[in-house]
Write a protein that binds this ligand. Structure first.
Ligand SMILES: [Zn+2]
Ligand SMILES: [Zn+2]
Length: 139
């Protein structure tokens, strides 16, 4: 049986859904751009295939060039500012959903952390899971 997961922004203008089994993995990212874009110590993201994610509403996107030269596009609600979904343009078949925007995130288990080297002291990395200094090595 398919468990449908739902989520959205703070004001409710943007909603999304996906089948739970489409979520490949979950990660904390402590990079400087994620700190800025979330206003917090890290972004917590769920990886899933682009076609598995159903988005409703007008997401606003902002693109920056990442540390490795790739183009990282972050999507957020233009009305309330909640960060929701992001992707790397060079690998656009994968979407990263911000775990905190899920309606129910109790099932999420974090696999690893990225960007140990830029983790803030007040938001330490989780030592119980694998941690990459920067971006994880591609498989
Ligand atoms: Zn909103
Ligand atoms: Zn990041």
């Amino acid at each position: 049986m398919q468990q449908l997961e739902t989520g959205g922004c703070l004001c409710g203008a943007i909603r999304y859904s996906f089948a739970r089994e489409a979520a490949v993995s979950a990660h904390h990212c402590h990079c400087d751009d994620c700190k800025k874009s979330t206003g917090s110590g890290k972004a917590t993201i769920l990886l899933l295939a682009e076609q598995a994610l159903k988005l409703e509403g007008q997401v606003k996107f902002y693109t920056v060039v990442g540390s490795d030269g790739s183009h990282v596009t972050r999507g957020f609600c233009p009305q309330c500012g909640s960060p929701l979904v992001s992707f790397v343009e060079e690998a656009a078949e994968i979407r990263f959903v911000k775990a905190g925007s899920l309606d129910d995130s109790s099932w999420v288990r974090i696999d690893s952390s990225y960007w140990q080297q830029s983790a803030a002291e007040w938001s330490p990395i989780d030592n119980s899971i694998p941690c990459f200094k920067g971006n994880p090595e591609p498989d």
